[in-house]
Design a protein. Sequence first.
Length: 210
Amino acid sequence: MITTSTPAEQRTVLDNISWETFEALLKDTGEDRKSRFAYDNGTLEIMSPLYEHENPKIQFDRFIFALAEELEIEIKSAGSMTLKRRAANRGIEPDNCYYIQNEPAVRSRQELDLATDPPPDLAIEIDITSSSVNKFGIYSALNVPEIWRYNGRILRFYQLVELQYVECDLSCAFPLVSVSEMSGFIEQSKTIGEIALLKSFRAWVRDKIA
């Protein structure tokens, strides 16, 4: 077992964990736990987020909701739901994830199974410290089309192309959004109030679509 801790995240890594044990831990710890799991072929990382991790997560969620509302696009927010496939021997709980293009396919669903249902169209990953598992490999195995990854300083967009994530300038889920523009608003979140930030972001979106 390896445990590391920073002001942003505490990570515990366990090796030689079977899929059955992973499933049992998910069931026993329940949906209300604060920690998030990432499982990659027998390696389980348990991450407990702290303030420096959680605040950007909240800002991204607000930005995405505002984008969808201003663009009049329906979305289905799936939060940190467990994305897993037994056949791939992988599972992960993103900081946030969303059904956008595939929203109609899951709108009325109360439970989802990635063996038969589509994965979320967009996942948000806040990794202030380096993860001990290959998260891109996990997301690729689950066929998640797009990832926004933020390390506390730099935001990057990635799209899945032939089972590999390729860095890109524009979002696939929201094509009018560039990584540089979104990075600017994330940087502003460190210096201005949250209400003022959201108002500024909405005004920017409206100007883009005017």
